[in-house]
Design a protein around this ligand. Structure first.
Ligand code: ADP
Length: 217
């Protein structure tokens, strides 16, 4: 049985994950975005929505009835126990949705964009980890320009994420995003060929998708 090669794409805030995802998409690669799935499954009317309100209370809902993600982030930042409970609500559903999307894609490999892949330790059957890397100075510049937040806030978000060296040490592939977007496109094209190549030789026995097998370097 042929199993689709799964590339987990991660990186710090404003490292360039969305930009790289879009470049893979424009090459025809299926890109599955975990953050987008989290937003979808926690919309009003979805089962996770009620469970999340039951966990945090009604004051995390805004006037339009949507969950206030900023408030939730603040709360779980301070309370690990609630963070774990929230993850127990979200992760199984995200995993199911990822499996469904993979099952309906027909391509040699897919990109799973999971911003907190290394922080949460959740298992998505990833075969290789692609890290988008940028020095903190560049991250800060891009996040301030993109989100219009203060340097202090930007820095505190960066510091709440996994350390850059630690992230890099988990990587199978790295794109250093310090150049212009043309440079980034070339890097993506090189990896695209590499992944197509790997996928063509990637046969597995009926392996549980929860097993991570990073044995194809
Ligand atoms: P992430 O998804 O990792 O948070 P984004 O892809 O949104 O990061 O990139 C952060 C910001 O930096 C965006 O505004 C994006 O357009 C910009 N950006 C990303 N890569 C480059 C680059 N190589 N050159 C110039 N701007 C970039």
């Amino acid at each position: 049985m042929k199993k689709m090669l799964r590339i987990g794409l991660t990186g710090g805030i404003a490292s360039g994950k969305s930009t790289v995802s879009n470049m893979f998409r424009s090459l025809g690669v299926p890109v599955i975005d975990a953050d987008e799935i989290v937003r979808e499954i926690s919309r009003p009317g979805e089962p996770a929505y009620d469970e999340i309100i039951a966990l945090f209370g009604n004051n995390i809902v805004n006037e339009e009835g949507y969950l206030r993600r900023d408030l939730i982030k603040d709360i779980i930042f301070k309370k690990t126990e609630l963070k774990n409970k929230l993850e127990n609500i979200i992760h199984p559903r995200v995993r199911d949705e990822i499996e469904e999307r993979i099952a309906s894609s027909n391509y040699p490999y897919c990109i799973l964009s999971i911003p907190l892949l290394l922080e949460t330790g959740a298992d998505y059957g990833i075969d290789r980890i692609l890290v988008i890397d940028a020095p903190v100075k560049i991250q800060l510049k891009r996040i301030i320009k993109r989100d219009g937040i203060s340097e202090d806030l930007a820095l505190s978000i960066i510091e709440s994420q996994i350390d850059r060296q630690e992230r890099l040490s988990s990587a199978d592939d790295i794109i250093v995003n310090t150049g212009d977007t043309k440079h980034l496109e070339r890097e993506v094209a090189i990896l695209h060929r590499k992944y197509l190549d790997l996928a063509s030789t990637y046969e597995t026995v009926q392996q549980s998708s929860s097993e991570r097998s990073v044995n194809i370097h």
